[in-house]
Design a binder for this molecule. Structure first.
Ligand SMILES: CC(C)(COP(=O)(O)OP(=O)(O)OC[C@H]1O[C@@H](n2cnc3c(N)ncnc32)[C@H](O)[C@@H]1OP(=O)(O)O)[C@@H](O)C(=O)NCCC(=O)NCCS
Length: 434
């Protein structure tokens, strides 16, 4: 028996040996390595946990984002998402995520200045992006081009230097909209638009996306605000798949461009960043309010899935969905109502009253309305995930920065349970095929 204080500990009895172990409980977790002492023989590697998808394993300590899924709470550095969406802006939220506290006026002005003056990319990046096929997916282009930035800034590998880390963080937050907008323009066969540093972060992004021959592209303020809010809502979400990818790749001490490229890759997958596109497809398939009851019956029979409903973490409501619904109204005031909105609202109303959904705690998530907004901006569905990636960049970088300064962290290297053959005898091909 080990001598951990009785109260904050877990007593485990190994019924294979009859041996008992006391394992310390800290922050409601046990250290997985403490299970290693539970072994049958001295050369036994010891007990481990099996947790595909890390559904019940904490991989780090983090002070960036707090989520309480049952209560529908999301906070960045302690500030509720509702207040940030209403009263802040994306660059201030980015500062908060990266630095851990709100900026003074001077810090904010310096931050905005730094980000604004790093929006341009090296001219060779442009040539590189022109090399993609005419129909290249913009997310693939974004992933490749953010990874390629590591070759333009080789000093970025010096991750133990705080000033150097700051420089790369500024560059990446500044350049993601440029790369995202150019990926979009490439697919459209339109010339790339250089950043306009007179404009704010989100207004400049819209200019790089949509400007044609006009001297200056100034988007409607309500649209700028709505997209800025969407960026805020996507800025971080604790240890999700892409953040875990950034941390896992970053744990090898590679430069942050390569780590963020891994995050973009993870976000590209349909189980992570692609749900809002699926919502749009579903709404188009339903086609009219009259078809909703039959569709709901199909969901209840298990033949359909109500896309944009349900969440692994949020079991009462997704606080981001409430904010997005409001942004929808603001956007449609400018662009005119998307006829799919009526179907979405009716679908939500019916589903929220239906016992099947109530019993399973299924509520609209962030993706239920975001696709409708993006479509109103005239983004093709392939761009939806690019928008998500731009919003998520400060979160990825805040988590990366936390990782590289965390003394507890090691290179990510999970265990496995080996299920293959052992100790076979190899016979050379010339003999096997003789
Ligand atoms: C997000 C999601 C993957 C979470 O899944 P999860 O936490 O593993 O939840 P489960 O799959 O265990 O679902 C629990 C129950 O609700 C049902 N359910 C979950 N989401 C559902 C949905 N969108 N439509 C219909 N039924 C749903 C499941 O079939 C299951 O029912 P059962 O208990 O009768 O088997 C899931 O809700 C989903 O697929 N939603 C649609 C896709 C989506 O919007 N994704 C974006 C997330 S931000």
């Amino acid at each position: 028996m080990t001598d951990v204080a009785a109260k904050d500990s877990l007593t485990v009895r190994d019924n294979r040996t009859g041996e008992e172990y006391d394992i310390a409980i800290t922050d409601n977790t046990i250290a997985a390595k403490d299970l290693g002492q539970i072994r049958l023989t001295d050369d036994d590697p010891g007990l481990a946990t099996y947790d595909p998808g890390f559904v019940n394993t904490a991989s780090c300590r983090s002070a960036v984002t707090f989520i309480d899924g049952d209560k529908g709470i999301l906070e960045y550095r302690g500030y509720p998402i509702e207040q940030l969406a209403e009263k802040s802006n994306f660059l201030e939220v980015a500062y908060l995520l990266i630095h851990g506290s709100l900026p003074t006026k001077e810090q904010y002005d310096t931050w905005v200045h730094e980000i604004t003056y790093h929006t341009f990319v090296h001219e060779n990046v442009k040539g590189f992006m022109h090399g993609f096929r005419y129909d290249a997916h913009p997310m693939g282009m974004l992933m490749a081009s953010v990874g390629a930035l590591s070759t333009f800034y080789p000093d970025a590998r010096n991750i133990s230097d705080a000033d150097n880390r700051h420089m790369q963080i500024v560059r990446m937050i500044a350049k993601m909209p440029t790369l995202g907008a150019w990926s979009f323009r490439h697919a459209q066969g339109k010339p790339f638009v250089y950043p306009d540093n007179d404009l704010g972060y989100t207004a400049n992004f819209l200019s790089m996306l949509f400007k044609m021959s006009e001297q200056k592209f100034e988007a409607d303020e309500r649209l700028v605000k709505a997209l800025d809010v969407l960026f805020i809502l996507h800025a971080d979400h604790e240890q999700n798949c892409s953040t875990n990818a950034v941390r896992s790749v970053g744990s090898s001490q590679v430069d942050p461009y390569s780590a963020v490229a891994a995050g973009v890759g993870a976000l590209y997958g349909p189980l992570h960043g692609g749900a809002n596109e699926a919502v749009l497809r579903m709404l188009k398939r339903i086609g009219s309010k009259d078809n909703i009851p039959a569709f709901i019956e199909g969901v209840k029979d298990g033949n359909e899935r109500l896309m944009g409903f349900g969440h692994r973490v949020y079991k009462n409501f997704d606080p981001r969905a409430t904010i997005i619904k409001k942004a929808c109204d603001d956007v449609f005031e400018v662009t005119g109502v998307n006829p799919l909105l009526e179907i979405a609202k009716e679908l939500e109303k019916i589903a929220l009253e239906d016992e099947y959904f109530v019993k399973r705690k299924l509520y609209p998530n962030v993706d239920f309305y975001s696709g409708l907004i993006y479509e109103a901006f005239q983004f093709p569905p392939e761009m939806f995930t690019v928008l998500f990636a731009i919003g998520r960049t400060p979160g990825w970088l805040a988590q990366w920065s936390e990782l590289v300064q965390d003394k507890d962290q090691k290179i990510a290297r999970p265990k496995q349970i080996y299920t293959g053959d052992r100790e076979l005898t190899f016979t050379a091909a010339s003999e096997r095929w003789a």
